[in-house]
Design a protein around this ligand. Structure first.
Ligand SMILES: Nc1ncnc2c1ncn2[C@@H]1O[C@H](COP(=O)(O)OP(=O)(O)OP(=O)(O)O)[C@@H](O)[C@H]1O
Ligand SMILES: [Cu+]
Ligand SMILES: [Mg+2]
Length: 758
């Protein structure tokens, strides 16, 4: 399955998004599709063997819209063209708003003497002439309002209707009625009716709707501010050393393995590994971690972060669209384009909204004309209904908040992969934390080493050499610790053959013709290896929260090692806060239960699942999910062994400093690995969902109150009718208020809850 993101052009409201969605879904080979009105983009999952970009694009064209592909490289300036197109569109709308606005004012002023019965010397009488008004209105109707006809027609060709249909029909009705009065005023006077024109209705409504669109456009631009901020972090140039010469080159020319020089205060251009020099780097813009990070040779640096104190040189490891920053931008864009489950309701409503409104409009007309016999009121109420009933606020309610929310997440070092996880996060009831690398720093170090045969004859060193030879082949953090320890003891390197890793248990290999097996006590017991000696060491170390591994050579236990991995400074406090939020916090680890208990006690976790094999982690998540009603389980982990559990959990949260596999399997990534990020993610989810609810309220309330009032439901009781001009104003206001409310989310700041008394 392939995924494709296309930027869309030509949508005017949520019904347009629905139409495009349907058009794409009809293509054979398209598996899933998601059109986002606020982000103006479509994300399409398709089968490469059955369809392709061209077919999809022509289907969008055929539906009456256009599309273009977003470049994956954030630096190619592709986004600039998008901005330019948007700007041009905005300028055109502004021109139309000005023309329609000025003409509306002229017509209004012209009718003041008529309405008030007073004469003003500065208001020429001819302004009230029907023919003059016709002359003024016609360009507004057909130039400013042309877009309504074009889009309405496009929709009609596909047997659908959008807000443009409503606008085209509504304003045309007012215009044509007035035109009829202008041409045949005698017809009305003959029947004893004083003829009246309603040119100002169509002019003002067009002006208001376009003004609303303009404001909405501008405000919507701000919802993707976070992405632009992220993109803006990318420096333009890099200073590389090529052929012994230092030179400034454009960032797009930097290649992998280039050596790059960074001075104090400069931005690090791409991702890489330090080769010489020591410094501290401010990574807050990418990881959300406010404290500067020490860097020395061998450490990784992230592009777009700022070098503080020293100078250093590093080797580029990832450039272009592969850099960490580019990946973040891509993920955030995808998340912003995804659909939250809460939107389903709004989607369902928009689906039948326009046809329903047209039906209500017809019914209104029939009521007023056939039963009341009032043609003028019939026209005006119908126009009012058509104009106030617009689904665009409904279509904007969810996606605008999601855009701001996910962007806010990225700003705080929390990468949210899709809207669904953002929505779910505030409902989490249970948090499962992996031990190694999640609660602990994941930099295990060997602290104790004891050999069965004692230290005589360099037994220790020999055994260490055997162990390191095997562990060199393993990617496990514990293996790393063993290898580092061996290096510090100056153990020499030997070859290892027939290496095999048993996940969750240990590793083995043949070194100098001897079978070396390293792993858990349970595994060695399974292998039939007697491991009774050295128990006293093992127990003491485990009680101290250390991981103990056993080393056997040719089936005989030869030594034990105690490996310590310090807790992250944030762990205990984060656990406390989560518990304060009434979440059940659970620890899940592959490590020995005594070690696990010791660590759990240190951070304040009561429920522990230890000695869980990697393949069982997902099963435990599942059992927690079915443990009582409405359990929403989040899993936080870093390792490859956590991936199935992360995928299984309702919300999988990966530690950004962990493995790529874990990050890929998760829904949310805490870039810096600080567990406080879980709390922030939950708070952000709460804030976003609250904001969406307010938006949906705004969007629905206008229509629920507006449509019946416009249809004249209050007329029999109070004699109230909704002037079509007011309807236009209300409609424009509804989308503006929704977007403005979504923008309030930009003020979101993680609330610091202290671990102590609240
Ligand atoms: N390469 C290895 N060398 C030595 N022991 C290993 C190795 N791999 C696994 N083990 C043993 O298997 C146990 C379980 O490993 P596993 O990877 O499932 O969990 P973990 O990393 O200890 O903990 P967590 O599940 O909290 O991340 C380890 O505690 C260790 O004793
Ligand atoms: Cu609209
Ligand atoms: Mg782990």
């Amino acid at each position: 399955m392939d995924t494709l993101t296309l930027k869309l052009r030509g949508m005017s409201c949520a019904s347009c998004a629905n139409n495009i969605d349907q058009a794409i879904r009809l293509i054979p080979g398209v598996i899933d599709c998601n059109v986002n009105f606020a982000a103006e983009q479509a994300t399409i999952n398709y089968d490469r063997t059955r369809t392709n970009l061209k077919i999809i694009q022509s289907a969008i064209d055929a539906a009456g819209y256009s599309s273009y592909q977003v470049s994956e490289d954030i630096l190619t300036g592709e986004d600039d063209t998008h901005t330019a197109i948007k700007l041009a569109a905005e300028q055109e709308i502004s021109r139309k708003v000005i023309v329609a606005g000025v003409i509306a004012i002229i017509i209004f002023v012209g009718s003041i003497p008529m309405m008030t019965g007073l004469n003003f010397w500065f208001i020429p009488e001819f302004l009230h002439n029907y023919w003059v008004q016709l002359l003024l209105t016609t360009p507004v109707q057909f130039w400013c309002g042309w877009g309504f006809y074009v889009n309405g027609w496009k929709a009609l060709k596909h047997h659908t209707a959008t807000m443009d249909t409503l606008m085209a029909v509504g304003t045309s009705a007012a215009y044509l009625y007035s035109l009829f009065v202008t041409l045949f005023s005698g017809f009305f006077t003959a029947q004893g009716i004083i003829p009246h024109v309603y040119y100002e209705v169509s002019v003002t409504v067009i002006a208001l709707i376009l003004l609303g669109r303009l404001l909405e456009h501008r405000a919507r631009g701000k919802t993707s501010e976070a992405i632009h901020k992220l993109m803006g972090l990318q420096p333009r140039n890099a200073r590389v050393i090529r052929g012994g010469v230092e030179m400034d080159i454009s960032i797009t020319e930097v290649e992998i393995n280039d050596v790059i020089v960074v001075r104090p205060g400069e931005k690090i251009p791409v991702d890489g590994e330090v080769i010489t020099g020591i410094s501290t780097v401010d990574e807050s813009m990418v990881t959300g971690e406010s404290l500067p990070v020490q860097k020395q040779p061998g450490d990784e640096v992230i592009g777009a972060t700022i070098n503080k104190t020293g100078s250093f040189q590093f080797r580029a490891t990832r450039v272009g669209k592969d850099t960490f920053l580019a990946q973040i931008v891509k993920l955030v864009q995808q998340a912003q384009g995804s659909k939250a489950p809460i939107q389903r309701l709004a989607d369902q409503v928009t689906g039948w909204f326009v046809p329903a409104v047209i039906a209500i409009a017809i019914a209104t007309f029939v009521m007023w004309f056939n039963f009341m016999g009032n043609f003028t009121l019939a026209i005006m109420t119908t126009v009012g209904v058509l104009i106030i009933a617009c689904p665009c606020a409904l279509g904007l309610a969810t996606p605008t908040s999601i855009m701001v929310g996910t962007g806010k997440g990225a700003e705080n070092g929390i990468l949210i992969k899709d809207a669904q996880s953002l929505e779910l996060a505030h409902k989490i009831t249970t948090i499962v934390l992996d031990k190694t690398g999640t609660l602990t720093q994941g930099n295990p170090t060997v602290t104790d080493f004891v050999c069965v045969k004692g230290t005589a004859n360099h037994n220790e060193l020999q055994l260490l050499q055997l162990a390191a030879a095997v562990e060199r082949n393993s990617e496990h953090p514990l293996a790393d610790a063993v290898v580092k320890y061996a290096q510090s003891q100056e153990a020499s390197l030997i070859e290892c053959n027939d290496f095999a890793a048993v996940p969750g248990s240990g590793v083995q290999g043949v070194v100098s013709d001897r079978l070396v097996q390293i792993g858990t006590e349970r595994w060695l017991t399974e292998l039939g290896i007697n491991n009774h000696s050295l128990q006293e060491y093992k127990q003491v170390w485990e009680a101290g929260g250390k991981t103990v591994i056993l080393i056997a050579v040719d089936g005989v236990l030869e030594g034990v090692m105690g490996i310590a991995d310090a807790l992250k400074p944030s762990s205990a406090a984060a656990v406390k806060i989560l518990q304060k939020l009434r979440l059940e916090v659970v620890m899940l680890t592959g490590d020995n239960s005594k070690t696990a208990e010791a660590i759990a006690q240190e951070v304040g976790i009561q429920r522990v699942f230890a000695e869980v094999r990697p393949d069982q982690k997902a099963a435990i998540i599942q059992s927690l999910q079915s443990d009582g009603k409405s359990k929403i389980v989040a899993m936080v982990g870093d390792g490859i062994n956590d991936a199935p559990a992360l995928a299984r959990a309702d919300v999988g949260i990966a530690i950004g400093t962990g493995t790529d596999v874990a990050i890929a399997a998760s829904d949310i990534t805490l870039i810096s690995g600080d567990l406080q990020g879980i709390v922030t993610a939950i708070q952000l989810s709460r804030a976003t969902i609250g904001n969406i609810r307010q938006n949906l309220f705004f969007a629905f309330i206008y229509n629920i109150i507006g449509i019946p009032v416009a249809a004249g439901i209050l007329f029999p009781f109070f004699g109230w009718l909704l002037n079509p001009i007011l309807a236009g104003a209300a409609m424009a206001l509804s989308s503006v208020s929704v977007v403005t409310n979504a923008l309030r989310l930009r003020k979101f700041k993680p609330k610091i809850i202290s671990g102590g008394v609240q």
